[in-house]
Design a protein around this ligand. Structure first.
Ligand SMILES: C[S@@+](CC[C@H](N)C(=O)[O-])C[C@H]1O[C@@H](n2cnc3c(N)ncnc32)[C@H](O)[C@@H]1O
Length: 223
């Protein structure tokens, strides 16, 4: 059997020319990420299957040259993976904990990623600073709370792409009142990476209709 930490065959297809950078990130996660407690020790042997590949296929849902905010990046999932696979995107990794933003900044330097900014903040505190095309999040909050953090960060017509697990449909139902409050007309489940990752990645896609808590004319301020 091969080394469980080395990239599986599908990683070549999914990451393409960016595979060496993804491999470097996998090593950094398996070493510093575990030592500093950003990911559990058991995750080191299943980084590709459980984390890197299913985050990378989120790329299918992100339009060309988008500005993206990843809420609660933690160790860089999915935001940093998206930055590796999609150099055309401008990505802000939003994370309140210093230990995690330090790790993220080190990873950005190590991987020489020019399209990533790391910001230490809570999503609900920085709505006035952004008017993003896309907000991403994985394992941060139930959808009904995530919507209240994400929609104010988006431009009208922008999209929240929330990676969700088996409860995705139930979370979507539970979020109905808050989606209605925000005037959302498009909120749907999508499966990404079909035929490329097993199981496919489930996301909830929510399109922002209006942005009730944003000051007018507030394009992203410089960081
Ligand atoms: C369970 S971790 C998930 C990390 C990563 N997204 C992943 O999938 O591995 C949740 C992360 O959300 C961050 N977080 C919690 N509340 C937040 C908030 N209000 N705004 C932004 N990030 C938040 C936490 O600090 C933590 O890093």
């Amino acid at each position: 059997m091969g080394d469980p930490r080395s990239a599986p065959a599908e990683a070549r297809q999914i990451f393409g020319d960016a595979l060496p950078v993804a491999e470097r990130f996998a090593e950094f996660l398996a070493d510093a990420g575990v030592v500093r407690g950003l990911i559990g020790p058991r995750e080191a042997d299943r980084l590709w299957e459980r984390h890197l590949l299913n985050c990378a296929v989120l790329s299918e849902a992100v339009p060309e040259s988008s500005t993206v905010i990843d809420i609660g990046s933690g160790a860089g999932l999915p935001g940093l993976v998206l930055a590796i696979v999609r150099p055309d995107l401008s990505i802000t990794l939003l994370e309140p904990l210093l230990r995690r933003t330090t790790f993220l900044s080190e990873a950005v330097d190590l991987l020489k990623l020019a399209n990533v900014e790391v910001r230490r903040a809570r999503a609900e505190e920085v709505a006035r600073d952004y008017e993003a095309d896309v907000v991403t999040a994985r394992a941060v909050a139930p959808l009904e709370r995530l919507v209240t953090w994400a929609l104010p960060l988006l431009r009208p017509g922008g999209e929240l792409l929330a990676l969700k697990g088996e409860r995705a449909a139930q979370e979507l139902d539970e979020a109905a009142p808050v989606l209605q409050r925000f005037g959302v007309r498009t909120a749907e489940l999508r499966r990404l990476g079909q035929g490329r990752v097993e199981p496919p990645t489930t996301i909830v896609r929510v399109v922002a209709e209006r942005t009730p808590r944003r000051a007018k004319g507030s394009r992203k301020r410089s960081s």
